[in-house]
Design a protein around this ligand. Structure first.
Ligand SMILES: C[S@@+](CC[C@H](N)C(=O)[O-])C[C@H]1O[C@@H](n2cnc3c(N)ncnc32)[C@H](O)[C@@H]1O
Length: 212
C-alpha cells in the first residue's frame, strides 16, 4: 500500500516540479538502456536536489568522486560561477562512451574536468579549495576520502555524501564492511565539532555537512 503511494507521490513531485534539461533526460534513458547497474545514477529527483544546492552555494570548485555516466556532474555544474570548474573522478572506462555521446552534449560539460583513476590516489594531487564535494564512489573508502579532503575544505564548504543509509543496512546489528565504514563515517561527522551535519532519507540516504 505504502509502496503504491510512494510511486504516486513521486509522480506528483515530477508533475509539480520544473523539468530537468533535455540532455539529462536522454542521458538517464541511455544509462538505463546501456549499463548493467543503472540504479547507480542519481536520477531526476536527486539530480534536481544537487542542482538546487549548487545554485544556492554558487561554488567555484566542485569535486565529485564517482562520475559513472556523468549525470550528477552535469546537475552540480549548473550552479558553478562563470569561471568555476567541476572535477570528477571515475576509475572505470566502461561508461566513457555514454558520457562522450550524451553528457558531453550539455552546455555545462565545458566546465567539467574528467579524471580517470582511483580517487584515493588522485585526490592528494588536486590542490583546490573545494566549495562542494560530492562523495559517490567506493563506500568502503568514505572515511579515507574524508581524511584526504578535510584540510582542503574551508568554513562554509559543503560535503555531500550519497548512500549513507546503504539500503537501510546501517540499522543491522551485524554489518558488512561497507556498511560498517558508512556507519562510522556518519558517526564521525555527527560527533565532530568541525561539521554541521544532516542526513536526509532521500533514496538510500544523502547527507549534507557544512564545514564550521
Ligand atoms: C554510484 S556511481 C556514481 C553515480 C554518479 N555520481 C551519478 O549520480 O550519476 C559510483 C561510481 O564510482 C566509481 N568508482 C568506484 N570506486 C572508485 C574509485 N576507487 N575511484 C574512482 N571511482 C570509483 C564506479 O565505477 C561508479 O561509476
Amino acid at each position: 500500500m505504502y509502496a503504491i503511494q510512494l510511486k504516486d507521490l513521486n509522480a506528483y513531485c515530477d508533475v509539480h516540479s520544473h523539468s530537468e534539461d533535455p540532455f539529462l533526460k536522454e542521458l538517464e534513458r541511455q544509462t538505463y538502456l546501456q549499463t548493467i547497474a543503472p540504479q547507480m545514477i542519481s536520477g531526476r529527483i536527486q539530480g534536481r536536489f544537487l542542482s538546487l544546492i549548487s545554485k544556492l552555494k554558487r561554488p567555484r570548485y566542485i569535486l565529485e568522486i564517482g562520475t559513472f555516466t556523468g549525470y550528477s556532474a552535469l546537475c552540480l555544474a549548473e550552479g558553478l560561477t562563470d569561471d568555476g570548474k567541476l572535477h570528477t573522478i571515475e576509475i572505470s572506462d566502461d561508461f566513457d562512451h555514454i558520457r562522450d555521446q550524451y553528457a558531453m552534449q550539455s552546455p555545462v560539460a565545458k566546465k567539467i574536468v574528467w579524471h580517470k583513476g582511483d580517487a584515493a590516489t588522485l585526490i592528494p594531487d588536486m590542490n583546490y579549495s573545494w566549495d562542494i564535494v560530492f562523495m559517490d564512489a567506493a563506500k568502503n573508502q568514505y572515511i579515507a576520502y574524508l581524511d584526504l579532503l578535510e584540510k582542503n575544505m574551508k568554513p562554509g564548504s559543503l560535503l555531500i555524501a550519497d548512500n549513507v543509509l546503504w539500503y537501510g543496512k546501517v540499522l543491522e546489528e551485524k554489518k558488512d564492511e561497507e556498511t560498517r565504514i558508512l556507519d562510522l563515517f556518519n558517526k564521525r561527522l555527527k560527533n565532530s565539532t568541525d561539521w554541521d551535519t544532516q542526513i536526509f532519507p532521500l533514496r538510500d540516504g544523502i547527507s549534507i555537512s557544512m564545514k564550521k
